[in-house]
Design a protein around this ligand. Structure first.
Ligand SMILES: *[C@@H]1O[C@H](CO)[C@@H](O)[C@H](O)[C@H]1NC(C)=O
Ligand SMILES: *[C@@H]1O[C@H](CO)[C@@H](O)[C@H](O)[C@H]1NC(C)=O
Ligand SMILES: *[C@@H]1O[C@H](CO)[C@@H](O)[C@H](O)[C@H]1NC(C)=O
Ligand SMILES: *[C@@H]1O[C@H](CO)[C@@H](O)[C@H](O)[C@H]1NC(C)=O
Ligand SMILES: *[C@@H]1O[C@H](CO)[C@@H](O)[C@H](O)[C@H]1NC(C)=O
Ligand SMILES: *[C@@H]1O[C@H](CO)[C@@H](O)[C@H](O)[C@H]1NC(C)=O
Length: 384
C-alpha cells in the first residue's frame, strides 16, 4: 500500500487548488455556515485505524496494519454516498489534498489509544484542523464521530487533553434522554416525530464503550461554549454520560452509540437491537450526516480520479469468522509502525459473562488500568 499511497499522493497532488469551490455563504456570528449547495453525488472519507489487539493476533502476520470496519462503509453507502478510505500515518499535505475532494469525514469507532504515534488520533488532528479551516472560510464541511470518533472530536476540541472518564457501557442498549431544547439542535431539529419517539422510548442505541464524556468535564475543559449536548445516558453503574453532541458553529457531530451496528452487525450476545424501529432510528443518523455532506461542493477532478480512491478498490474480509465483532473489515497494508493497540470493540464475544481479556469490549478500552488493578502479575508485554 505504500506504493499505492504514493501514487495516490501524486494523483491528488494534481488537484490541489482546484478543489475549493466558491460558495454562497451568509456568515453569522457563531452560526454554522449556510450552504446553498445540493451535491447529489457526495463522497465521504472514512478514517482508517491501526489494528486492534485481536486483529493484530489474527491478521498481523498477513501484513495488514490498518483497517476500516465495513459497517461504517455500508452506513455511508446506505444513505447515498460513496466512500473513500483515508489513511493514517500520512503527512498533513495528504489530508489537505484528499479532503479538498471529499464532502465530509466519518471518524469511526474502534479500539486505539489517542497517544499512539502516527495513528488514528494524529490523522484526526489534521482532519479536524482542516475541516475547521474550511468552515471558517464558509466552505461547508461536515465531520461525524461515532463512539471513539465522538471521543476523538471532544479530545481534539480540548487540544489533545484527555478528559474522558472511565465508565462501563458494553452491550448496553439504551434509549436517549433528550435535553429539553434538543429540538433546537441541527441534528434533531427536523427529525421525524416517530424517530424521536423510538429514540426516546425504546432501548435501540447500541453502546460499546468504556470511556465516557461527562457534562461536568465538558464544562471543566471549556468545551461547553462550543458544543451543545442534546442527550445523555447512564452506563451500567448509573454514571451519566453524553450520548449526542454537536458543535455550535461547525457542522461537527458526535454520537457515543453505534447506529451502524443495528443495521449491519450481527455478532451474537451483544444485545444489538435489530427491530424495525431500531433500524429506522439508526438510518436517521446516516441520512442526516449524508444530508450534511450534500451541502459540500468539493469534487474529485473527474470520475477516473475518484475511481482511484474509492473503497471499491478494496475487498472486505469476513472477520466475524475470527471472533471479531465486526462481520466484515477492509484490511489495508500500509506503513504504519506504532505500538500494538489495546483490546476493543472489534472482539466478538461468544461469552459475555466470562471476564477474560478478549471478552472486554469497548470502542476504546482503558485496559491498562483494569489490568494493573485486577491482574497485577501480568506484564505489559503479554498484554500488548
Ligand atoms: C509512511 O508513508 C508516508 C507517506 O508516504 C511517508 O512520509 C513515511 O515516511 C512512511 N513511513 C515509513 C516508516 O516508511
Ligand atoms: C498511551 O496511553 C496509555 C493509556 O493511558 C498508556 O498506557 C500508554 O503508556 C501511553 N503511550 C504512550 C506512548 O504515551
Ligand atoms: C485550544 O487551543 C486554541 C488555540 O490555542 C484556543 O483558542 C482554544 O481556546 C483552546 N481550546 C481549549 C478547549 O482549550
Ligand atoms: C474528568 O476528566 C478526568 C481526566 O482529566 C477524569 O479522570 C475524570 O474521571 C473525569 N471526570 C468526570 C466527572 O467526567
Ligand atoms: C437486551 O436488552 C434489553 C433492553 O434493555 C433487555 O430487556 C434484555 O434483557 C437484554 N437481553 C440480554 C440477553 O441481556
Ligand atoms: C463460555 O466460556 C466458557 C469458559 O471459557 C466456555 O467453556 C464456554 O464454552 C463458553 N461458551 C460459549 C457459548 O462460547
Amino acid at each position: 500500500m505504500r506504493a499505492a499511497a504514493n501514487v495516490l499522493l501524486c494523483l491528488v497532488g494534481l488537484l490541489v487548488g482546484s478543489g475549493q469551490g466558491k460558495h454562497v455563504i451568509e456568515r453569522q456570528e457563531r452560526a454554522v455556515p449556510y450552504s446553498a449547495t445540493v451535491n447529489d453525488q457526495p463522497v465521504v472519507g472514512i478514517l482508517s485505524q491501526e489494528l486492534s489487539y485481536l486483529m493484530t493476533q489474527n491478521y498481523g502476520d498477513d501484513g495488514y496494519d490498518s483497517y476500516i470496519a465495513a459497517s461504517y462503509v455500508k452506513f455511508v453507502e446506505g444513505a447515498g454516498a460513496r466512500v473513500v478510505p483515508i489513511w493514517i500515518n500520512q503527512p498533513v499535505e495528504y489530508y489537505e489534498t484528499i479532503m479538498s475532494s471529499l464532502n465530509g469525514v466519518l471518524l469511526p469507532g474502534g479500539a486505539t489509544w489517542f497517544n499512539q504515534s502516527n495513528g488514528y488520533a494524529e490523522a484526526g488532528r489534521h482532519i479536524y484542523d482542516i475541516a475547521m479551516q474550511y468552515n471558517d472560510n464558509g466552505d461547508y464541511f461536515p465531520v461525524w464521530g461515532t463512539c471513539l470518533g465522538f471521543e476523538l472530536l471532544t479530545y481534539l476540541a480540548a487540544n489533545g487533553t484527555e478528559h474522558r472518564a472511565h465508565c462501563s457501557s458494553s452491550s448496553q442498549p439504551l434509549p436517549l434522554n433528550f435535553k429539553d431544547d434538543f429540538r433546537k439542535s441541527r441534528l434533531f431539529a427536523r427529525a421525524p416525530n416517530d424517530v424521536i419517539d423510538i429514540l426516546s422510548n425504546e432501548p435501540v442505541t447500541a453502546n460499546f464503550h468504556q470511556f465516557c464524556v461527562t457534562e461536568a468535564n465538558l464544562t471543566a475543559y471549556g468545551l461547553d461554549e462550543d458544543w451543545r449536548v442534546m442527550s445523555v445516558d447512564r452506563d451500567w453503574n448509573g454514571m451519566e454520560f453524553i450520548s449526542t453532541i454537536e458543535h455550535k458553529s461547525y457542522p461537527f457531530y458526535g454520537i457515543q452509540f453505534h447506529p451502524e451496528k443495528n443495521i449491519y452487525e450481527w455478532v451474537p450476545n451483544k444485545n444489538i437491537s435489530h427491530t424495525a424501529n431500531a433500524i429506522r432510528a439508526s438510518q436517521y443518523f446516516a441520512d442526516f450526516f449524508i444530508g450534511e455532506a450534500r451541502k459540500s461542493e468539493h469534487r474529485f477532478a473527474n470520475e477516473a480520479t475518484l475511481e482511484k480512491h474509492v473503497i471499491y478498490n478494496y475487498q472486505p474480509i469476513f472477520t466475524g469468522l475470527k471472533r471479531s465483532s465486526f462481520e466484515q473489515c477492509y484490511m489495508f497494508q500500509g506503513n504504519y509502525t506504532g505500538e500494538s493497540s489495546p483490546v476493543g470493540e472489534d472482539e466478538r464475544m461468544d461469552n459475555s459473562s466470562s471476564l477474560s481479556l478478549v471478552s472486554l469490549t469497548s470502542c476504546m478500552l482503558p485496559l491498562l488500568t483494569f489490568f494493573f488493578t485486577f491482574v497485577p502479575h501480568v506484564s505489559l508485554g503479554s498484554l500488548l
